[in-house]
Design a protein around this ligand. Structure first.
Ligand SMILES: Nc1ncnc2c1ncn2[C@@H]1O[C@H](COP(=O)(O)OP(=O)(O)OP(=O)(O)O)[C@@H](O)[C@H]1O
Length: 247
């Protein structure tokens, strides 16, 4: 990561309410090209909601999302894909009756409609090879195991040539060898200049791949810095372990 680059994404004082409940309560952070930023925090702290708002699944109720210099808060997901933001889902939802290859073809075609993006589109062969889907390329997505479904979800996002990639618990359910391998893949993507935001509960994985983390609690940032520093911060220990263990 080059720390001197200007942010590709800037989130300022973001608010998202569900009824009277504040899932995001004035959240601000940024990410620069080539950086892997971790969003961590206890269950319900607003990690997935952050990704849902940045990717256009939900409109914000306050604050601003600026991507590549333009305000995008409230823009629809499909428009944001063409601007260069794509994501994976905690529970992938491929077209189950289509084959793996057909699922990727749909995403490649959709990505192509974005026109003149900075990066050349990845090829089908490259995606199948790099994400270990070659053997199952002509099987329906319904036949895949959960790790393969996650890789299909990732290739679907990559097929649209994102400059900002949002990964929502991609690593959950992978075995240790798969975790090591996917950590390497994510780092290789960042090395191409892609900005990547990773939501994960697996702290070893977060430590292995992130340059920086934001720790959330109740929709607010309570820490920003490296994970190695975060684990010594009393307010971080408090939200992860509860008050009586914190001191
Ligand atoms: N569509 C929704 N309607 C109502 N409440 C919601 C909705 N989406 C999220 N919430 C609430 O907002 C809060 C934050 O949820 P969010 O999914 O962002 O948390 P999270 O940090 O990703 O948690 P987890 O680690 O369990 O995935 C939770 O209390 C959740 O119940």
């Amino acid at each position: 990561m080059s720390p001197d680059k200007s942010p590709i994404l800037k989130v300022s004082k973001l608010v998202k309410r569900f009824g009277g409940f504040y899932a995001l309560d004035g959240l601000s952070f940024h990410v620069v090209p080539g950086e892997i930023l971790g969003l961590v925090g206890p269950n319900g702290s607003g990690k997935t909601t952050s990704i849902n708002v940045i990717s256009g699944l939900y409109g914000p109720d306050g604050g601003e999302v600026v991507f590549d210099g333009a305000s995008i808060g409230g823009a629809a997901s499909h428009k944001l894909v063409h601007r260069g933001i794509n994501r994976t889902f905690q529970v992938p939802k491929p077209f189950l009756s289509l084959t793996v290859r057909q699922n990727i073809q749909v995403a490649l075609a959709y990505g192509q409609a974005a026109g003149d993006a900075a990066a050349a589109p990845p090829s089908m062969a490259q995606l199948l090879e790099e994400y270990r889907l070659k053997e199952v390329a002509d099987r329906p997505a319904a036949d895949l195991n959960s790790a393969q479904q996650k890789m299909l979800d990732l290739t679907r996002a990559l097929a649209t040539r994102p400059r900002l990639l949002l990964l929502d618990e991609l690593a959950a359910g992978l075995n240790p060898a798969e975790l090591d391998w996917i950590a390497g893949r994510i780092k290789a993507l960042a090395a191409t200049g892609m900005a990547i935001i990773v939501v994960e509960h697996l702290m070893g994985f977060i430590e292995q791949i992130t340059d920086r983390v934001i720790v959330l609690n109740a929709g607010k940032e309570i820490f920003e810095g490296t994970l190695a520093t975060a684990v010594h911060e009393p307010q971080v220990i408090e939200v992860f372990l509860g008050g009586e263990h914190a001191h």
